[in-house]
Design a protein around this ligand. Structure first.
Ligand code: APR
Length: 233
């Protein structure tokens, strides 16, 4: 085993599934309940803002009733105790990593608990609905939208992510289907930079062949065991 000092962890909806938050592409998942084109593109927002705002109001309310699970707690422990570099790059827009205590977290697809003003470009902490067009706390304009990266929009902080991938000795992907780029390509980037790669997922992801090792099962069990292993190193 390579001397592991710098770790990059990519998480997806599967890490929050056992907290009762729907994933996107599993049976009964969000994209079976709603058409992406209707709720998760800038075009959809321009066409029918009420439908989009109602969808995210519902999800913003729902995540505030959920609790972090053992996988979130194990990653928060790793964050506290790991002396090397560590970055948790999450595709998730819930705040369960932070509520579990993790600090070194980067939300590449945005956050439910922020509202983004398209008039003054300021993001403000937000827990309530946006459907009734509330005023921006910063500039007062009624131009708030969910702070979510929609399909066709650029994910956040890609420079920081690539910097961390370049330095990584180990890349771990947890609870993601590998269906959406650029996140689905990180495993190949990490490999090119010489990192070891590990997949922890309920089932083989679309990119499973790119990983040096893959372990399949529920995140609560896999992640806790893996963190014990890593901290035991
Ligand atoms: N433990 C571990 N993995 C799980 C669990 C679980 N309890 N439950 C589901 N999974 C796995 C599934 O097997 C699947 O591979 O989590 C993955 C979830 O995949 P998706 O629903 O596609 O979610 P994700 O990969 O995060 O989606 C990526 O797509 O819709 C966009 O922007 C959205 O961030 C999202 C991106």
């Amino acid at each position: 085993m390579k001397d592991i000092r710098n770790i990059v962890i990519l998480t997806g909806a599967g890490v929050s599934a056992e907290s009762g938050i729907d994933t996107f592409r599993d049976g009964g998942g969000l994209w079976e309940q709603h058409r992406v084109e209707d709720v998760a593109t800038p075009e959809a927002f321009a066409r029918d803002p009420d439908l989009v705002l109602r969808f995210y109001d519902m999800r913003r309310e729902a995540i505030q009733t959920k609790e972090p699970n053992a996988a979130h707690l194990a990653l928060a422990r790793l964050d506290r105790e790991w002396e090397g570099e560590l970055l948790i790059v999450t595709q998730n827009v819930d705040d369960l990593h932070e509520r579990a205590g993790a600090k070194r977290v980067l939300h590449m697809h945005g956050e439910h608990l922020n509202a983004w003003c398209t008039a003054c470009d300021v993001r403000s902490p937000w827990t309530g609905p946006l459907l009734d067009r509330p005023a921006c706390p910063e500039c007062g304009a009624a131009e708030l939208r969910p702070d979510i990266v929609w399909f066709g929009e650029m994910p956040y902080r890609m420079d920081e992510i690539f910097e961390a991938l370049e330095q990584a000795d180990l890349f771990v992907s947890i609870g993601t289907s590998g269906a959406v780029y650029p996140a689905a390509g990180f495993v190949r980037n990490a490999r090119e930079f010489g990192a070891e790669t590990l997949e922890l997922n309920l089932e083989p992801s679309q990119g499973t062949a790119w990983f040096d090792e893959a372990r399949h099962g529920p995140a609560t069990a896999l992640v806790s065991a893996w963190v014990d292993e890593v901290l035991g190193l």
